[in-house]
Ligand binder design. Structure first.
Ligand code: CDP
Ligand code: MG
Length: 695
């Protein structure tokens, strides 16, 4: 086992230095160890690398419209900068400091940390907002929110007037909402010269970001204020990052989950104490690894005694999140098995060993096939370096890469591709349209999306009836769809349910489609889960099945035991109830009449088709394997094993989303009648088009 690993030859150098910015500040990188231990919050705060830059930072913000802060993960950017701003008076006079994050879980985690550091109750001076959850009050001074939520806020307040400073954090992730936000903030800045922007990130090419925010110099207002530098300032926070020794596998591994588990046990057996962070890709493989390690603990107590194994992925409950951040008890070793959320968004203290699978789940969109799917794909070198860096927080660490050095050097891409260039743009286009931005191709993007993707999005929005011939939002439908914080196809489904008289049912379906899954994870209990599903399964597909589950849940009095017996995820169901309630309020506000169709399932199916017609598929006539082709682009797709229609294979279906593993699988599938397609989307399914097979 020990020969499995070979030390890397590259000299550890984990953070790319930034040079040549407008201002390059540096301090001796000798800052002491982190807040690991029992020091007071105040002491812990002063030990963070950003603390040395506090005065310089506040000066830059005072004098520059935009300040770019680059600093290693864990240096205190997210938790400290908003507090510095507040201490310096940026939240005085009813103004608010905003800090955006691409990930919901990170929003909650950092907000609760900052509230704790400030000794205030979360939701008061320090609050957060994520979609469907608002923990702020009128007294909130520092507000953490997802970049998506801030975009939504612009619909009501286009200039974001309540904020004095907006910090766009984790900008290096280049999430689609971050990119849209950056483009819009640049516009807002021209109208609101007093607004301050902070762009912060772990590894950004600060120069290109700076070039993006370069604007014409502006005079001070009537000599009252000194001229504000419109050229962005760059502050580079030098971290302390201890040395991290990199190890590679000798030969490529075939099963990275198994390899990760073996490596955890090997480290536990051979290496001194210190926590382990494992990067896998998603909830499924994380739970598999947790299970394998837990089984190991049961079967072989010696090799795993003292291990505390914890999963980390979005969708964890608050209690589960807290375990992740609580200090490891003496004599124990924590193993956190995470998605790439722990790559830069969250910092865990005490990590000394990192195991990097080399993969993450990524969105990919192909405008030719018009399919967006979530695939397990190789990470970039930049990500691999970030991951390794997580091992050097408290003392010199080790990183075990489950790929060969040759692969790292020769095959890994240097940087990831911005999400906007690998996403379906339907939601993005509708949001920009709602903000009055008509020339979307001409919009000032940090990275331009492809014209093909843009055209596809316009096509879908046009056929949904959301855009008119001039590509303007239609009234009222287009504006209503834009107002609902969901995928436009789901929003259209909700609005269509009004005329069909089944809004109560459709709101339930929409709520379920907004969460990952209502079933417990299937690992190791596939048979039991399948049997449980049969109790609710409807021949019409997953959507109607969801209605049966929801009804059962209500009838049980929202009982957790009932969920447990039926292999249903109780927390997911509680979320469904909560989201449904919020959607119900939004729908009512938009004038949708709340009405149940009393088991007239046909109208429910029609409403689903009215939202999802663009995702229609037909079973290949002679396929023995259940192969479908998408009607519009003839892509091969299959029903996902988690669907109640798996192996049932009805002739015509619509799907909600696609995931790719060995094949492209449709998740959440409903049966439809082909005649509905032309009825609900005549432009989309033309008589003479490639979809003439509808005949
Ligand atoms: O944003 P950046 O990566 O630069 O650092 P940060 O998230 O502000 O973290 C600064 C310090 O706060 C780190 O030592 C974290 O371990 C700690 N922290 C924590 O203990 N609990 C949290 N929920 C968030 C941060
Ligand atoms: Mg951060």
């Amino acid at each position: 086992m020990a020969q499995f690993w070979k030390p890397g030859t590259e000299k550890p150098r984990l953070i790319d230095d930034e040079e040549g910015g407008v201002l390059f500040l540096s301090a001796s990188a000798s800052s002491s160890s982190s807040g690991y231990g029992f020091a007071s919050f105040e002491k812990q705060r002063q030990r963070l690398p950003v603390y040395k830059y506090r005065t310089a930072f506040l000066y830059l913000v005072e004098t520059h419209a935009t300040t770019i802060v680059v600093g290693e993960t864990g240096s205190g950017k997210t938790t400290q900068i908003p507090q510095y701003l507040k201490e310096a008076g940026w939240a005085d006079g009813g103004r608010v400091i905003a800090c955006t994050q691409p990930r919901r879980l990170a929003v909650q985690a950092v907000a609760s940390r900052v509230a704790e550091e400030m000794g205030v109750k979360l939701g008061e001076e320090v609050g957060y907002t994520i979609r469907f959850e608002d923990a702020t009050s009128t007294g909130t001074l520092i507000k953490f929110l997802t970049d998506g939520v801030l975009l939504r806020e612009m619909m009501g307040d286009p200039l974001l007037t309540k904020y004095s400073v907006i910090m766009v954090d984790e900008a290096h992730e280049r999430s689609i909402s971050t990119d849209i936000l950056l483009g819009l903030l640049k516009k807002i800045q021209r109208r609101r010269p007093e607004l301050r922007l902070i762009i912060s990130s772990a590894t950004i090419e600060a120069k290109s970001m700076s070039a993006f925010f370069q604007t014409r110099r502006r005079r001070g207002l009537q000599g009252e204020e000194p001229a504000l530098a419109m050229e962005p300032a760059i502050l580079s926070v030098e971290g302390r990052g201890f040395n991290v020794q990199i190890h590679y596998v000798e030969d490529p591994v075939s099963d990275y989950i198994q390899a990760a588990v073996s490596t955890v046990l090997l480290i536990h057996d051979k290496e001194p104490f210190g926590d382990i962070l494992v990067f896998l890709t998603g909830q499924d493989d994380i739970e598999t690894a947790v299970k394998l390690l837990t089984e190991e603990a049961r079967d072989n107590r010696k090799s795993s005694s003292g291990l505390i194994v914890l999963p980390l992925y979005s969708g964890l409950s608050r209690a589960e999140q807290e375990l992740i951040f609580s200090p490891t008890p003496r004599g124990k070793r924590k193993v956190v098995i995470s998605t790439n959320i722990a790559e830069t968004s969250l910092t865990l203290e005490g990590i000394v060993y990192v195991i990097d699978s080399g993969f993450s789940k990524q969105k990919f969109y192909n405008p030719i096939s018009d399919i967006e799917n979530l695939v397990v794909a190789p990470i970039s070198k930049a990500s691999a370096r970030q991951r390794a860096g997580r091992a050097g927080r408290v003392r010199p660490g080790k990183c075990y890469r489950l790929y060969t050095e040759e692969y790292f050097v020769n095959e890994m891409a240097a940087e990831g591709i911005p999400e906007i260039q690998r996403s379906n743009l339907v939601s993005c286009v509708i949001q920009l349209k709602a903000l009055g931005i008509d020339n979307i191709l001409g919009f000032d993007w940090p990275a331009s999306p492809s014209p093909e993707s843009m055209i596809r999005a316009l096509e879908v929005l046009y056929s949904l009836g959301v855009l008119d011939d001039d590509a303007k939002l239609t009234a009222p439908l287009g504006f209503q769809v834009a107002e609902i914080p969901l995928d436009p196809m789901i929003s259209k489904m909700i609005l269509s349910s009004d005329q069909l008289g089944c809004s109560e049912e459709i709101l339930t379906i929409a709520a379920v489609l907004s969460i990952q899954s209502i079933w417990v994870s299937s690992r190791g209990i596939q048979k039991e889960l399948d049997e449980a599903k049969l109790r609710f399964a409807a021949a019409e597909g997953d959507h109607v099945t969801f209605l049966n589950v929801y009804k059962g849940f209500l009838q049980s009095g929202k009982s957790s035991q009932w969920c447990h017996r039926n292999y249903i995820n109780y927390h997911a169901m509680k979320k469904v109830v909560d989201i449904r309630e919020q959607l119900r309020r939004i729908a009512q506000r938009l004038g949708v009449t709340l009405k149940s169709c009393d088991n007239d399932i046909l109208v429910v199916r029609k409403a689903v088709a009215m939202g999802f017609f663009a995702n229609a598929c037909r079973l290949e006539p002679f396929s023995h394997e259940g192969m479908y082709k998408t009607v519009r682009t003839s892509q091969e797709v299959y029903i996902h094993p988690s669907s109640v229609l798996f192996r049932v294979n009805p002739k015509w279906v619509v799907y909600h989303s696609i995931v790719s593993t060995d094949r492209q699988y449709m998740r959440n599938v409903a049966t439809i009648e082909p005649s509905w397609l032309r009825e609900v989307a005549p432009h989309f399914y033309r008589q003479d088009g490639p979809d003439a097979m509808l005949h």
